[in-house]
Design a protein around this ligand. Structure first.
Ligand SMILES: Nc1ncnc2c1ncn2[C@@H]1O[C@H](COP(=O)(O)OP(=O)(O)OP(=O)(O)O)[C@@H](O)[C@H]1O
Length: 307
C-alpha cells in the first residue's frame, strides 16, 4: 500500500439547514495530481477550506501522513483560495516575500523564492507593481506564486485555471505536474473537465456534498456501459435492431452508435454488421470525463443549482 498523503475522512459540514458536506471522503497520495470536480454548490470549496483549517468540520477528520492536520502541518500547505487573497495595494514582490516569511522562510530564501516563482509564472516584470494594477489573469499567476513561494508539502488549489489564457494554463499545468513529481499531493478543483481529464492521475466527482465517484479516468470509465461505433456503409436502417441487449443510440451517415446492455455480445453486433456488407470501422467509443460527469451529477442537478 502507498504512503498516506492528504486524507479527507468522513468530513461533514452544515451551514444552518444547508448540508454542504455529508461524509466527504477521499485521499490524495504523495506525488498525485487529484482533480476535484462537481456542480456549482457541490461542496468543493467547503472541503478545501476545511482541509486548510480556515473552516472547521462538524464531524470527520483531515490527516496528512497519517496524522491529524494541525497548526504545524497547515504551515506547509500551499493554498489558493477561491475568493483569492492578495493585498491589492501591496507590491507583488514584497507581498510574496512577506508570505514566504510568514511561513517560516529566512529573508534571503524568501527573496530567492519570490524571484524564482515570479520568473517561472511570467510575472517577474511586475514585481514592483501593486497587485491591483495587474490584469486578472496576472493576479491569478501571482496568487499561484503565493501558494508556491514557501515550497509547500501539500497543494490545495481552488479553481486555479479559471480566467487564465492558454499559455498560462500550460505553465500552470507544468508547474502542478512538477510539484506532484517531487512527492507533493496536489488537489485542485476545476470546471474545465477536458483539462482535468488530461492532467490528473485521479479524479473525484462530487455531488451534493458526497464523493460519488473516484478513480483514474480508466477506472471511472469501467463502470459505464460499453458503446460501439460501427461503420457499415451498405447497412439499411434498423440493421442492429433486435440484437439481444443492444440499444441503437443513433446513426450519422454510415456510422451507427450502439450501447451494449448486460449480456450483449459485441461479436454478434460485428456479425450482424458484416452480414450487411463491408465494415470499415468497428470500435469502442470511450466516454469523455464530461460524459461521465454528466451521468453522475445529472440526476440531482436541479437540486444543487437551487442551492
Ligand atoms: N458561508 C456559507 N453560508 C451558508 N451556506 C454556504 C456557505 N458557503 C457555502 N454554502 C453552501 O454550501 C454548499 C457547498 O458550497 P461550496 O461553495 O463548497 O460548493 P462548490 O462545489 O465549491 O461550488 P462552486 O463550484 O460553485 O464554487 C452550497 O449549497 C452553498 O450554497
Amino acid at each position: 500500500m502507498s504512503e498516506p498523503g492528504l486524507e479527507i475522512d468522513a468530513v461533514s459540514k452544515r451551514y444552518g439547514a444547508v448540508v454542504a458536506l455529508e461524509k466527504m471522503t477521499f485521499d490524495v497520495r504523495p506525488g498525485e495530481l487529484f482533480g476535484f470536480v462537481g456542480s456549482n454548490g457541490a461542496g468543493k470549496t467547503t472541503t478545501m477550506r476545511i482541509a486548510l483549517g480556515v473552516l472547521s468540520a462538524d464531524a470527520g477528520e483531515v490527516r496528512y501522513a497519517g496524522e491529524p492536520v494541525n497548526y504545524e502541518t497547515r504551515r506547509h500547505i500551499g493554498y489558493m483560495p477561491e475568493e483569492r487573497g492578495l493585498y491589492p495595494k501591496m507590491k507583488v514582490g514584497e507581498q510574496l516575500t512577506y508570505l514566504a516569511r510568514l511561513h517560516g522562510m529566512s529573508a534571503s530564501d524568501a527573496k530567492a523564492s519570490t524571484e524564482r516563482w515570479t520568473e517561472r509564472l511570467g510575472v517577474a516584470a511586475r514585481r514592483d507593481s501593486e497587485v491591483q494594477a495587474l490584469s486578472l489573469g496576472n493576479q491569478q499567476r501571482v496568487q499561484l506564486a503565493a501558494a508556491l513561494v514557501h515550497e509547500p508539502r501539500i497543494l490545495v488549489l481552488d479553481e486555479p485555471f479559471s480566467g487564465l489564457d492558454p499559455v498560462a494554463v500550460d505553465v500552470m499545468s507544468a508547474v502542478l505536474r512538477e510539484k506532484a513529481a517531487t512527492g507533493v499531493p496536489v488537489v485542485f478543483s476545476s470546471h474545465q473537465l477536458d483539462l482535468v481529464e488530461r492532467l490528473c492521475d485521479r479524479i473525484g466527482i462530487v455531488r451534493s456534498g458526497r464523493m460519488e465517484a473516484c478513480g483514474s479516468v480508466a477506472e471511472l470509465r469501467s463502470g459505464g456501459a460499453v458503446r460501439l461505433l460501427v461503420d457499415a456503409p451498405e447497412a439499411a436502417d434498423g440493421w442492429a435492431a433486435g440484437l439481444p441487449g443492444v440499444t441503437v443510440l443513433g446513426r450519422e451517415g454510415a456510422v451507427t452508435e450502439v450501447e451494449l446492455g448486460d449480456g450483449a455480445d459485441d461479436q454478434a453486433v460485428l456479425r450482424a454488421a458484416l452480414a450487411t456488407g463491408p465494415v470499415r470501422e468497428f470500435s469502442r467509443k470511450l466516454p469523455s470525463l464530461t460524459d461521465l460527469f454528466r451521468s453522475v451529477v445529472s440526476e440531482h442537478q436541479t437540486q444543487e443549482t437551487a442551492a
